[in-house]
Each structure stands twice: as C-alpha cells, then as structure tokens.
Unconditional design. Structure first.
Length: 553
C-alpha cells in the first residue's frame, strides 16, 4: 500500500491496481514469465501389513498406467528403475536394493507421476509414492501429492489418489488402521469404540458426522469423504441415538449431534477447548452450497495437518532423497566396474548435475512454504488480536446485563446442577461474565471423587454474586462466606499459594474456599482455589474440587 493516501500525489504515486502507472505496466506484466512453484497438497505416511512388496508395487503401477493412459515397459514389472516421458505425462521410477543392519536386505522403490490438470492450463500434478521393505517387517508407505503452477492453488480440494483395485493388505497410520470407507457407530459398543479412539494417542484427526433425528443419513457424503481422506483422517458416522454416548463421555460442548459435523484433532481429551476442535453446525449444512463448502474446508484442513506432521518427521522418505541415494549407489557400482577415469568422471558429473537440480527445486519449494507459513502466522496474529478486542467488548456488555443482588443469588439457587456432567455447562450458562473455570479446573470437574455437587455449585454461586459484588465495590478479599453449611470458610491458601497462566497472563491464587476438619478423603474434602481478575472483573477458578497436592501439604 502506498504511503500516500490523499493529496495530489496520489494519482501518480498510488500503489493500488487502479493507478495510471499500474494500468500502463499491465500489458508488460502480462508478458513477463511467471515462476513455476510446486505447492505441497497432502502427505500420507504409514505401514502396509499382510501384503508382499510385489503386490503393492503392482497396484501402484496399475494406477499409474490407468492415469497416464499408456503401457509401461516390461522392466517396470521386475522392480527395476525406468523413466517414461510423453507430452505432459512423465513417469519416473527409482529402485534401490542394499544391505541393512544385521545383514537384512533393504529394498526401496519409488514412483513419481506427473500429469496435467484437465481444467487449469499450466498446472501439473505430481504424485510421489515410495515403498520401503525390510526382510520380515511391514512395508513403509509414503504418498505425497503436489501441484506445480505459476499461480496459487486456492481452488484445490485435496483428495488422496484412488487406486483402481485398492492397495493390498492393511494400511496402518500411527498403529491405527486407515480405512477408505466410513466407520459406523450404531450401537453403544461402537459408540464407545469411537470415544476411545478420540482420546487415544493418534496421528490422524477424526471426522465425526452425526445423523439428525429422523434423517436417513449424515448431511455430507461419508463414503466419498472417507475415500478422499484415506490415510489422512478417520471418518465416523454416528446414529442419532448414539450421539448421547458422546455427550455422556465429553459433555455437550465437546459432543456432536443433531446432524452436525466435528473435526477432532489429535491430542483431544475430556475438558479440551471446544473451539480447537471445530464444529460445523446443522444450519451450515442445510443447502448444497453449504455442504460443498464444508466438504472443501474439511479436506483442506485435514491435508494441511498432514503436511504439518510430515514437516516434523525428519526421517520421512522423499523421492528426491531416494533418487540421490540411487545415483550414489550407481556411481559406487560404476567405480567398481569402470577402469576408465573419463567414464567415472562423466558419471559423477551427471550425478552432481541431478543433485544440484533437486537441491534448487527443494530450495524453491522451501522458500514458498516459509512465505506461506509467515503469511498465515501474521493473519492468525491479526485475527487473534481482533478476537481479543471483541472478547473484551462482549464481556463488558455481558457484565452490564448480568443481574446482581439478592435476585441474582435467588435465581442461581433455583437451578443448581445435580451432576458433575452438567457442572461445566452450568458455569458457562449461569455464571457467564462473572466467574470462569480454567482448562485445568474443567478437566478436574469432569469426573471428580467429591460427591456433593450442589455444595460445590453453591460455593461458586457465592463467589459469582456476593463476593464479586463486594470486590467491584472495593471490598476486601477476605469476606466471610455465607454459611452454606456449618463448616464452609473462605481463607488464604498460605503455603499452598501458587501462580498459573490464564488468557496469556500470569495470575496468583492466594485464596480458597474449603470445608472444615482435617480429612483428606477426596469424596468429602472440598477445596476451591480462585483469584480475582481485576482486568476482566471476573472470578477465575484455577482448581477444584480436590485438595491441591504440594510439597507443603
């Protein structure tokens, strides 16, 4: 953007697309060659079990022949390296055999297929499939999809290549089988299997499509979605009666029901931030345009996560690396067989030339990825700042609408929760703008041992009303509590005081509500550790309802 935003100089110096200078240079810019950049689309990495290498290789070659519309040379079926070039359609295969540790045979095989986009001129699709087999072990499987183009790829909806006869054996990603068809949760046992998968240690996200009451199926095409995300995500379809099992396990805010669709990322657990695991509500899927946009967003987000995982795996096999190692092995064999110095020099120069070309291509791709990552990081930072400002404004407006005094306390007493599964939702709805639970406290109240849920709720009700009103009015923090029972007191933590992080700030917890006596029985011992946040005018509950274990205690 030009520094000149007004005045007579704008017509000449303005940096916008409508300026006379930009209009004059437009024909020249259209004739200038644009650099071709290879954009990473998705990456699948796993293991194939219960199938020999030859069968997997044959399935990949059959896919390549079908896609390119050609007949491969006979040497392709023997597992040898080959290269086939035709206008716009190139196939390059690299094979490498060597002795691994402990004398085992290690076999590598990789195929790179390039073909033009049928709808976008100048865009070339590149699919890399790499296999690695060691005697007696599973076959390592790596698949990468990229698009080389002079323009962006914002119109691309990622999809894993579909093999005509399917891959033989079973594909495992992070030890969990990846299916090209959706899983169904129509019974309680199947719904419990889904709940166990959500909190398991996994590498792939889980896409849950719920069926609305009375509907024949989910809003999105589950079969097509599972096929396109094979090896990238686990797709589950949950029948309407079984969505209550998810709610029982994780609460309403982390569940998926009534025709909604949710993306559960790896690392999900009970008490997680619900906004980190995006929920697509039914009204967004009500028409065809909304369903297409939801399908496109899911596929792009899952593919983006696969690239992030691939970037954190330094030992991942790449086609460029395999080709370089194959060239190095060929040169080694050439040194053993060729006595003529000129032949050895020519082989080395060819290898160096290819390695330099691969290095330039990888440098260009890395620079493009870094630029895209920086742009996304800045956009995310801008969105976070804007969201924080909106949050502060909304909180101030909400607090102005919150009732106070005796009527507020009476209203809270009339609708206290009776079960821990309702506790966090009750806090969000009844105490909004006045009291908030930290993420740690949310996890602790999911399934605590303390039995008296109503007593704990009354204590929070007192903090959100009488205590908060006194603090806003300038009162001291050591206000005596209204006696909910004979032994409930509000006291300093003493040596149990601690600091914690909340909303990007560091707060100190020096006060807690506790019941009397010396018992440490978690079923009867109540402790609510909290602090007053002057900036947001809220009570922040750091931990509850168990006694905090510290070196002093």
């Amino acid at each position: 953007m030009s520094a000149y935003t007004s005045g007579p100089g704008r017509a000449i110096l303005g940096g916008g697309h409508d300026s006379p200078l930009a209009a004059a240079l437009a024909p020249l810019a259209a004739r200038m060659p644009r650099p071709v950049v290879e954009h990473r689309i998705l990456a699948v990495r796993g293991e194939i079990v219960e199938a020999p290498l030859a069968a997997v290789r044959e399935a990949v070659l059959a896919w390549a022949e079908n896609k390119a519309g050609l007949r491969l040379p006979d040497t392709a079926r023997t597992g040898e390296s080959f290269r086939h070039e035709s206008p716009g359609r190139n196939l390059t295969c690299v094979a490498l055999r060597r002795e691994a540790d402990r004398g085992e045979a290690e076999e590598f095989w990789g195929l790179r297929a390039e073909d033009p986009d049928s709808a976008v001129p100048g865009r070339i699709w590149a699919t890399e499939i790499l296999l690695c087999a060691v005697s007696g072990a599973a076959i390592r499987f790596d698949l990468r999809l990229a698009a080389a183009a002079t323009q962006g790829i914002d119109d691309v909806a990622p999809a894993v290549p579909r093999f005509p006869k399917g891959l033989p054996g079973r594909l495992l990603v992070g030890g969990i089988e990846a299916a090209a068809v959706p899983h169904r949760a129509g019974t309680e046992a199947e719904a419990d299997r889904l709940s166990e998968l959500l909190v398991a240690e996994r590498r792939c996200p889980v896409v849950v499509l719920s069926i609305a009451e009375g509907a024949a199926g989910p809003a999105l095409d589950a079969e097509a979605l599972a096929r396109r995300l094979h090896g990238l995500a686990h797709v589950w379809v949950v029948a309407a009666p079984m969505t209550f099992r998810l709610t029982e396990h994780f609460g309403k805010k982390l569940s998926c029901y009534n025709g909604a669709v949710r993306l559960y990322l790896p690392g999900f657990a009970a008490g997680a931030d619900p906004y980190a695991h995006r929920l697509l509500l039914p009204h967004l899927l009500a028409d065809e345009a909304g369903r297409k946009e939801a399908d496109r967003w899911l596929r792009r987000r899952v593919a983006e996560l696969s690239l992030q995982r691939a970037a954190t795996e330094p030992d991942a096999l790449t086609f460029a690396r395999l080709r370089a190692e194959a060239e190095a092995e060929r040169e080694r064999q050439a040194r053993l067989l060729l006595a003529d110095v000129s032949d050895r020099l020519r082989a080395a120069e060819e290898r160096i030339s290819k390695l330099e070309k691969d290095l330039r291509e990888q440098d260009a791709a890395a620079a493009q990825l870094l630029a895209e990552a920086e742009a996304k990081r800045q956009a995310a930072a801008d969105r976070a700042a804007e969201a924080e400002s909106c949050y502060r404004l909304a909180l101030a407006r909400l607090q102005a609408l919150v009732p106070s005094g005796a009527s507020a306390r009476t209203g809270l007493e009339a609708r206290l929760p009776g079960r821990w599964s309702e506790f966090a939702d009750w806090v969000d709805e009844a105490l909004v703008g006045r009291l908030v639970l930290t993420r740690r406290a949310r996890r602790q109240v999911a399934r605590p041992l303390f039995q008296d849920v109503t007593l704990a709720a009354r204590c929070l009700s007192w903090l959100a009303t009488e205590y908060r009103e006194a603090r806003i009015a300038g009162g001291r923090p050591d206000l005596p509590t209204t006696r909910l029972t004979n032994d409930i007191v509000n006291a300093r933590c003493g040596q149990d005081s601690f600091a914690f992080e909340w909303e990007g700030r560091r707060l100190t917890c020096e006060w807690h509500i506790k019941n009397g006596g010396t018992t440490r029985d978690p079923a009867r011992c109540l402790r609510i550790y909290y602090c007053w946040d002057e900036e947001t005018q809220q009570v922040v509950v750091a931990e509850m309802p168990a006694h905090r274990e510290t070196g002093a205690s």
